[in-house]
Design a binder for this molecule. Structure first.
Ligand SMILES: Nc1ncnc2c1ncn2[C@@H]1O[C@H](COP(=O)(O)OP(=O)(O)OP(=O)(O)O)[C@@H](O)[C@H]1O
Ligand SMILES: [Mg+2]
Length: 354
């Protein structure tokens, strides 16, 4: 008796494992689920039927067979229903992925259903949204970049044509031509820096740097411009501070913040740079008494190519703060803007201290 039970048990187990392995070879989820349903009913019934026949030479084989087939049919039906609903949801993901691959960036999958499939749909939708945002940003970038490249090129072309036609003296046009060439090179440099930041190909040589010295030298370099604009430029160093950073990149960030502050402060105003260190972080802030930040600027000033007044001549391309953010974050810091209670603007950034 025991031997027979063990034999039947071992036989059922082996048949189950073998059939389970075989199921994985079936081509669709629908077939796999249906076959699994049949197997889960047929195997135990076969074991019961075999034991019964061996022990009692039962004459009720036909009844048992009928019960077995009815149970298997019901299980197959249920399996097919489940398989169809799984396959339909997978079909929707497949169709949406196909549409996305064809360039339809608005393609999304309806969410819902069993947890795993719902998670698949949610992740797909998140990925599609990120892709759409990325493409929009790229389109905008190309549009602004070509606009900002075309403007100085058009004016250079006009000047060169005027010179060719003998309509003016070269001395009159050369300074303007040189200025346009400088604008173009700065823009191309900025675009390169942004693409390096985006592709994470930015190589930063981090070293321990005395930021008080770096701040002092940047401020010194901009003193002539501040004097020319009759703006008071002051520095407040809390204490000498050392940070682990790439000094030339920090200079670039600070230079941009100072240039912005000088640009937005009327004459007789003031721009103050401060340096503080606390809790292993060094913080540099540039504060001005200028026109301050509009709600739109506070929200968008770190976006690439965004500038408060597009019509303003002599302004930059609107890339300075986007680059500053990329550089600061690549060095493990943070950058943000504030509106001080007394008016004006304050832009601060942090770097990891040593
Ligand atoms: N100190 C500030 N006060 C008021 N607005 C500011 C200040 N700094 C930046 N902004 C606003 O943020 C915008 C974006 O600044 P960002 O430095 O990125 O570009 P930009 O200075 O216009 O050009 P670029 O830096 O490429 O030469 C500016 O055009 C301006 O509208
Ligand atoms: Mg700027």
């Amino acid at each position: 008796m025991i031997e027979l039970a063990l034999l039947v048990g071992a036989g059922t187990l082996a048949a189950g494992v073998l059939a389970g392995l075989g199921l994985r070879a079936l081509p669709t989820v629908r077939l796999q689920v249906a076959a699994l349903a049949c197997l889960s009913v047929a195997l135990p019934l076969a074991a019961v039927f075999l034991s019964g026949w061996a022990m009692f030479h039962m004459g009720d084989d036909v009844k048992i067979l009928a019960v077995a087939s009815a149970a298997a049919t019901a299980a197959t039906g249920a399996g097919l229903l489940i398989a169809r609903s799984i396959a339909n949801r997978l079909d929707r993901v497949r169709e949406a992925a196909g549409a996305l691959a064809q360039g339809d960036l608005a393609s999304r999958v309806p969410e819902g259903g069993p947890a795993e499939l719902n998670e698949l749909a949610t992740s797909f939708n998140r990925m599609a949204e990120a892709l759409e945002r990325l493409f929009d940003a790229r389109r905008e970038l190309v549009a602004w970049a070509s606009h900002d490249l075309r403007t100085p090129l058009a004016s250079m072309q006009a000047m060169v044509e005027a010179l060719e036609d003998g309509l003016g003296e070269p001395e009159r046009y050369l300074p303007a031509l040189r200025e346009q060439v400088r604008t173009l090179s700065a823009l191309v440099d900025d675009l390169f820096e942004l693409s390096r930041i985006d592709s994470e190909a930015l190589v930063l040589e981090l070293r321990d740097t005395r930021l008080d010295e770096l701040v002092a030298s940047c401020v010194r370099a901009l003193e002539p411009e501040a004097d020319a604009r009759r703006i008071r430029l002051s520095t407040r160093i809390g204490a000498p501070a050392t940070a682990r950073c790439a000094p030339e990149k920090v200079e670039r960030v600070l230079f941009n913040l100072l240039t912005n502050a000088l640009r937005h402060t009327p004459s007789d105003g003031a721009v103050a740079v401060s340096l503080d260190a606390a809790n292993g972080t060094v913080r540099i802030a540039v504060e001005d008494t200028g026109d301050g930040l509009t709600p739109d600027a506070a929200q968008r000033m770190f976006e690439r190519f965004w500038r408060g007044d597009r019509a303003r001549s002599g302004g930059g391309a609107g890339l300075g703060l986007a680059i500053a953010r990329g550089l600061v974050e690549a060095q493990g810091g943070r950058i943000w803007a504030e509106s001080p209670a007394g008016g004006g603007a304050r832009v601060c950034f942090t770097l990891p201290g040593v």
